[in-house]
Design a binder for this molecule. Sequence first.
Ligand code: NAD
Ligand code: DAU
Length: 359
Amino acid sequence: MRTYLVTGGAGFIGSNYIHYMFEKYGEDIRIINVDALTYAGNLENLKEVENRENYTFVRADICDKEALRKLFTENEIHRVVHFAAESHVDRSIRDPEVFVRTNVLGTLVLLNCAKEAWEQADGSYLPDRRFLHVSTDEVYGSLEEEGTFFYETTPYDPHSPYSASKASSDMLVKAYMDTYHFPANITNCSNNYGPYQFPEKLIPLMINNALQGKKLPVYGDGKNVRDWLYVRDHVKAIDMVQEKGRLFETYNIGGHNEKQNIEIIHIILETLQDMLPKEDPRRKLVSKELITYVEDRKGHDRRYAIAPDKIRAEIGWEPETMFQEGIRLTIQWYFEHGDWMKRVTSGEYQKYYADFYKV
Ligand code: NAD
Ligand code: DAU
């Protein structure tokens, strides 16, 4: 039985990945989820799998060399899927240090532990071992013109402390592949949305605020463009890269679904109006009047757009969920998980929100 070590599995994409993998492989795989449970990590995301015999949760920081080394010596690990990171750009602008610690140092510690466990005396690696580093399109910087895209060959040009830390971690993975022939892949994906996303990010923040009649804070002119991908399509791509991708390669993942932020907000408002039952009192709260233009994000990247040509041609991956469908599935999920939202937005997050948005 193949064992996966998943880092950051209690976060948004990591938990979606774990659900997907158990649905797909059932009892044929084992997953060890290592997560430090920062503000973004939530074991509630994994309630349905926590009692499985082929699932283990370990609370540990990926910077903790001894804890990770122990995991590799006590378990025969075949795959590493590395999600753990500080992931929110606005937080990185306020407090860059933890981003460098987790995203750069943590990745280095993980690489070293995997290399130590997998490398043989002659410098080759145990068979069927693979490390997948989950990264972002933000490492490529910002596009201005329509019709230009990020390719795997686009030079790195990160602007925020977050993207700089992810770019650094990518460089370390590349260095391990080049120097030690370490068996890895890197994926660079565009903006994800879907179930379990923490409401500091645009889409769940707008859904949550609109349902409560709270202001919808739009940075700058609202015309920054992001390329949105439903999270299940992303986690499927990750699995396909590990199964079918050529080792040492980078694959860009994206849905050719570019939208301005203000368009996204209008779609959310219209979809909420359409989906809320007639008698639901929240229908009266959901309104365009809530849209509020606020100070722009510092160094705000204008446009991201991925060219997913390589992953389509080599691996046969294509996005399956169109935005109109994905946003409905997402809103439906948030309707059904009001308690989840209440719990994650209580306490520390309230303080962050009030301080950041000055409300
Ligand atoms: P998230 O913030 O929702 O989750 C991050 C998880 O990592 C949390 O469970 C947190 O507890 C854990 N973590 C943080 N620091 C840790 C540490 N030191 N040790 C162990 N665990 C730690 O993030 P996400 O949105 O799910 O993103 C996952 C990965 O995907 C990240 O590497 C991110 O850069 C990348 N990515 C995200 C997106 C997106 O749109 N969200 C797009 C492309 C790539
Ligand atoms: O592109 C991939 C990246 O997407 C990931 O690597 C990051 O981990 C993930 O957080 C996301 O980064 P963004 O900065 O693009 O996502 P965010 O949801 O924070 O913002 C999306 C856009 O919406 C961005 O242009 C800023 C804007 N925005 C965001 C918030 C939270 C607003 O206008 N108002 C807001 O309140």
